[in-house]
Design a protein around this ligand. Structure first.
Ligand code: TXA
Ligand code: MG
Length: 334
């Protein structure tokens, strides 16, 4: 019986950790909780196991994976020419939602890096992930455990529903605390560059780097995860300001499309029959719930989801980035 047919996706205790490590050693895939989103994990040192990730996700082979490590000291096994800044960032933010891109060590396989000369590395801040990494000893290659271009999973149940057939062990670590994918910083070219905004913000990074962290406008080639349409629900995502919402609702209602709204608050003037999904109030809460809400929109069979993105800096920048992508608009510039 595979995981998909099983109600018991617990496996969160020490037995689960043992089973997960056994599965990794056999070259099988596991579902792994992290503080950001759930990962689809394989032994990063086993190219055949890594190939299974691409098959399960239906992900193009040139999309590089993040290798998860137990501690920063392992960096030297996976990267070369490691700048002092990498150690400072690791010291400041690991374990945590920060991924560093560095020149790869000669032993890292092309399957992991998508043929690039660099490798993405991070130490996740989730007790179960750290237990598995410590017991396993090696690196775990893990993209988000969703099908290509779909929404990242933030609960074990999401993983079971979408990729339950592919994993031998699914560790349930509860809902992810952060809720959106890690910040990615490229340190392979001298100047640090922000490839994907996340919970570790540009301001957080600059406190350590002591200089501006460049945020390239178009990094689609260097970081394929930054393709335009990504993180998308089935519903069409339409961005609007609070003031524009009634107009948009009327437009789509006129087309008989089933429309809903995702926003921090609901205005009284909106038609009562239009379903409203609460975005949450603090940026932390909004990040934590964003993907769950997008999945709910699909569960409700909405054809159109009107979203009012949060403004402001910091984590809200990362939220806008994900929402811009869900809407197929590329990335947020502000
Ligand atoms: O929070 C996260 O980072 C989650 C959890 C599971 O750790 N993982 C995740 O993996 O989001 P994935 O595969 O969905 O996204 C990895 C991103 C992709 O956008 C990929 O292009 C980028 O990392 N990436 C990986 N290696 C890279 C490299 N060598 N250079 C530039 N970008 C790289
Ligand atoms: Mg992903």
């Amino acid at each position: 019986m595979n995981i998909k047919d099983r109600e018991d996706i617990r496996l969160s205790g020490s037995a689960g950790v043992r089973d997960a490590v056994d599965a990794l050693r056999r070259g099988a895939l596991i579902g792994l909780p992290t503080e950001t989103v759930y990962g689809l994990g394989a032994d990063a040192g086993n190219p055949a196991a890594v190939a299974k990730i691409f098959a399960a996700k239906q992900r193009p082979a040139d999309h590089p994976l993040i290798v998860h490590l137990h501690r920063a000291a392992q960096l030297a096994q996976w990267a070369r020419d490691i700048p002092a800044l990498a150690w400072s960032l690791a010291e400041a933010f690991w374990p945590g939602p920060l991924t560093l891109v560095l020149p790869r060590a000669a032993t890292v396989s092309d399957g992991v890096t998508g043929g690039l000369d660099t490798v993405a590395l991070r130490v996740p801040a989730h007790p179960l992930a750290l237990d598995v990494l410590e017991a396993f000893g090696g690196g775990i290659a893990a993209p988000s455990a969703n099908r290509h271009k779909k929404i990242s999973p933030t609960t074990a149940r999401h993983v079971r529903e979408e990729l339950g057939d592919a994993v031998e062990v699914l560790l349930d670590g509860g809902p992810c605390r952060v809720g959106i994918e890690s910040t990615i910083v490229d340190l392979s070219t001298g100047l640090p560059r922000l490839l994907r905004p996340g919970a570790i913000t540009g301001e957080d990074l600059e406190r350590v780097t002591g200089k501006p962290v460049e945020s390239p406008v178009d990094t689609a080639i260097r970081s394929p995860g930054r393709m335009k349409l990504h993180y998308a629900p089935n519903a069409r995502v339409v961005l609007a300001s609070m003031e524009q919402v009634p107009e948009r609702i009327a437009e789509y209602a006129a087309l008989s499309a089933r429309v809903g709204v995702l926003s921090a608050r609901r205005a009284e003037s909106w038609p009562a029959q239009v379903p409203w999904l609460s975005m949450g109030h603090s940026p932390d809460q909004q990040a934590q719930q964003l993907y769950r809400r997008l999945r709910e929109a699909d569960d409700m069979d909405l054809a159109v989801l009107i979203v009012v993105p949060p403004d402001g800096r910091g984590l809200n920048h990362a939220l806008r980035d994900r929402l811009w992508r869900a809407a197929g608009l590329g990335h947020a510039l502000a």
